[in-house]
Design a binder for this molecule. Sequence first.
Ligand SMILES: Nc1nc2c(ncn2[C@@H]2O[C@H](COP(=O)(O)OP(=O)(O)OP(=O)(O)O)[C@@H](O)[C@H]2O)c(=O)[nH]1
Ligand SMILES: [Mg+2]
Ligand SMILES: [Zn+2]
Length: 217
Amino acid sequence: MEIEIYEGVFDANEQLARENQETFKKSGIYVVNLMASPGAGKTSLVMHTVSNLKDRMAIGVIEGDIASKVDAMKLKDLEIPVVQINTGGACHLDANMIKQALPHFDLNSLDLLIVENVGNLVCPAEFRLGENLKVMILSVAEGDDKPLKYPLMFSETDVLLINKIDLLEFCDFDLERARDTVKRMNDRIAIFEISCRTGEGLKAWFDYLYDKVSKKE
Ligand SMILES: Nc1nc2c(ncn2[C@@H]2O[C@H](COP(=O)(O)OP(=O)(O)OP(=O)(O)O)[C@@H](O)[C@H]2O)c(=O)[nH]1
Ligand SMILES: [Mg+2]
Ligand SMILES: [Zn+2]
């Protein structure tokens, strides 16, 4: 009998993330892991993104929260498959939770799966889910010093969406400074400035994501 021993929680997660990645690849699904602190605008972005793209591709959503189905309920009018994961206290999603959620979808019929991670700027960045693209949101109300204080997520992510730019005049958020800081930490990052309230800047994000899903890159 062969017994595999994993070196702790991260190795075990990495193994499961690779299995998920294989499953997604087989089914031809592109997967986005959406991360941000509580209230930055993840669900708002998911709603806009699904509304815009759902006529052009089949989209499913996994909602991750510590408790409640509040976010899943917000998506019900979009008439797409949504699975709510309650972590029961854990402050991030991990690859095993995603694996458990997958049988609830008809995977072969999906083009894009968006995973809204638990609101948390720290450990979601440490747990790969098997995603193709890491996307994070920073809202201007949180302050432009957050990349310096929570560096891991900013250096790990592929895309940064700076949200709530409609609130810029009320916040001490320097867009240039934020961009410079993040670019210094992560030179391959794509940055978009958006408002989920006014819709400003969202088209560029939709086009970017559509292109990624089409090319599966
Ligand atoms: N002014 C303004 N408010 C926004 C914007 N985007 C989202 N909001 C509001 O911010 C609040 C939180 O938005 P959500 O989309 O629920 O944020 P979330 O990141 O999903 O929150 P959690 O799932 O609880 O972590 C809501 O009241 C939104 O209406 C924006 O661009 N501008
Ligand atoms: Mg949410
Ligand atoms: Zn956590």
